[in-house]
Design a protein around this ligand. Structure first.
Ligand code: ADP
Ligand code: ADP
Length: 220
């Protein structure tokens, strides 16, 4: 199964990616997570990317495309993948399409999670992440059992520096301007599944599963 997750920051892409990855036994490829690892390790790529990320703007296409192409070459991506946060621009989508066509393995579907801006902001500004397993929590909507500690591995949870109100709003504006056109790009290719993500996460997961099953049945 080869899937792309679209949707504004805070829509729940990372949360739903984990559900889909477990269900299909495929890796989650999150460009945000890979970039943050580079930043933390201080690699040349991380040093270049950081300034863009701090401002809530996109890292240049050529940097992200090369990073994803390398990741797709790894053996675990043979059986499929969930791309979370990539592509985010039309040139990125075109590069992905070309690379997958060259391998004769095109995308199966693009799930687009829709939420209103107020919902996205409320989710981002209350988000806490486990630096070890990358699982996310929310202060109000899905708190950990013990305050500020990951349920799975006991690591202390952190807040992302770009989840402050101002940067979150900037990221949303950048999404509407640069990434929203991808919805039409994938609609034209018959790949887009629009999911209303204004519901608790289990309900959203159910909607995503139903939409995916319906698409696969139609194709069969
Ligand atoms: P969220 O899941 O909240 O939308 P991400 O973790 O996916 O945020 O991304 C964090 C930041 O990393 C983005 O604001 C951007 O600076 C950078 N980034 C991630 N993916 C891409 C991409 N495909 N193209 C350009 N920049 C990206
Ligand atoms: P994205 O990857 O799209 O930026 P995340 O999956 O990181 O989004 O979710 C953003 C925040 O919202 C996290 O704190 C997460 O726990 C919370 N969240 C995710 N899905 C839902 C939902 N359906 N209802 C309420 N909160 C949610």
């Amino acid at each position: 199964m080869r899937l792309v997750l679209l949707g504004p920051p805070g829509a729940g892409k990372g949360t739903q990616a984990q559900v889909l990855c477990e269900r299909f036994g495929i890796p989650q490829i999150s460009t945000g997570d890979i970039l943050r690892e580079h930043v933390q390790e201080g690699t040349p790529l991380g040093i270049r990317a950081r300034a863009f990320m701090d401002r809530g703007e996109y890292v240049p296409d050529e940097v992200v495309v090369e990073m994803v192409m390398d990741r797709l070459e790894e053996p675990d991506a043979e059986k499929g993948f969930v791309l979370d946060g990539f592509p985010r621009t039309v040139p990125q989508a075109e590069a992905l399409e070309r690379a997958l066509a060259a391998r004769g393995r095109p995308l199966d579907a693009v799930l687009c999670f829709a939420v209103a801006d107020v919902t996205a902001i409320a989710r981002l500004t209350g988000r806490y992440t486990c630096p070890t397993c990358k699982r996310t929590y929310h202060r109000e909507f899905s708190p950990p059992a013990v305050d500020l500690v990951c349920d799975l591995d006991g690591t202390e949870l952190v807040r992302r520096s770009d989840d402050d109100d101002l940067t979150a709003k900037r990221r949303l504006a950048v999404y509407r301007e640069q990434t929203a056109p991808l919805e039409q790009f994938y609609r034209e290719r018959g790949l887009l599944l629009e999911i209303d993500a204004e519901a608790p996460k289990d309900e959203v997961a159910g909607r995503a599963e139903a939409a995916l099953e319906e698409l696969l049945e139609r194709r069969a």
